[in-house]
Design a protein around this ligand. Structure first.
Ligand code: BTN
Length: 270
């Protein structure tokens, strides 16, 4: 069991402009995203960060469950109130995954990689995921960025249908969850400043530098269609650019996309 997360310890001296200036920690919630949406009904909640020791109905992308034993991992949601509609949701998803990977690197000796659209990987197994939810509000929007990071434990492949890992599987001396959360908030806060200013080059380059998918052959399902081809680019705004097997270039948005298989697709010169 990790030390309990304490809101004041996370807020204390946090060098952020927008995120985590107000933090709420719960023992048990349905989903931290639900609490963030409830909080969004109140004024002045931009940047509010919700943390929980456990979730009764943690959710992942595409209707999947997010499983995490109580008190062992990071379950966080950040509320972004964006009255001018400046934040692009694809870019925020990319930025959140990158912030998690950077925070892992800052607080451990491990190098985390990224898999489009929202996975953070350690040694090719899923370490963390991002679930972005959005509601339109007049001319603007509210975003809830849900982040789950396996620190001390992870579910078994039989439970979730894919291989997951945790920091504890690869590092004996674990950093505190408090330090990891603070680092994630600081990194994400910086990327959001760039996004608000339409400065996407740094995010694009930093994301690609951690992603092993460039030039690889992939199969992707999106909006009921299957695509296969070679990855040309992953753009923070437009999504994944694929040179498909029929000679076309296709942009696939992150929302609803799933990578079906990337293993061994380059065999036989393909
Ligand atoms: C995914 O990879 O499918 C996204 C997983 C996101 C899980 C986090 S845990 C905190 C927040 N609350 C939720 O119910 N989900 C997100």
């Amino acid at each position: 069991m990790q030390s309990k997360l304490i809101a004041a310890e996370i807020e204390d001296g946090l060098k952020t402009r927008r995120l985590g200036r107000s933090v709420l920690c719960f023992d048990e919630v349905s989903s931290t995203n639900d609490i963030a949406w409830d909080s969004a009904k109140q004024d002045n909640t931009d940047g509010l960060t919700i943390l929980a020791e456990s979730q009764l109905a943690g959710r992942g992308r595409q209707g999947r469950q997010w499983i995490s034993p109580p008190g062992s991992n990071i379950l966080a949601s950040v509320l972004l109130v964006d009255p001018a509609g400046k934040l692009n949701q694809e870019a925020v998803t990319i930025a959140a995954g990158l912030a998690i990977a950077e925070a892992v690197e800052e607080t451990t000796s491990l190098h985390a990689e990224l898999k489009w659209p929202n996975d953070v990987l350690l040694y090719n197994k899923k370490l963390a995921g991002v679930l972005l939810e959005r509601q339109v509000r007049g001319a603007g929007q509210v975003l809830v960025v849900g982040m789950g990071l396996n620190v001390a434990s992870c579910p078994k492949a039989e439970e979730i249908g894919y291989e997951a890992t945790s920091l504890a599987e690869h590092q004996a001396a674990l950093p505190s969850r408090k330090d990891i959360v603070r680092s994630i908030l600081q990194k994400l806060d910086l990327w959001l400043i760039d996004l608000e200013d339409d400065k996407l080059t740094g995010l694009h380059e930093a994301w690609l530098s951690r992603c092993g998918m460039l030039h690889q052959r992939v199969m992707i399902t999106s909006a009921g269609k299957e695509y296969s081809g070679r990855v040309l680019d992953i753009d923070p705004l437009c999504g994944l650019l694929l040179a498909d097997d029929f000679g076309s270039r296709v942009h696939i948005p992150a929302a609803g996309a799933t990578i079906v298989d990337t293993t061994n697709m380059d065999k036989n010169g393909k």
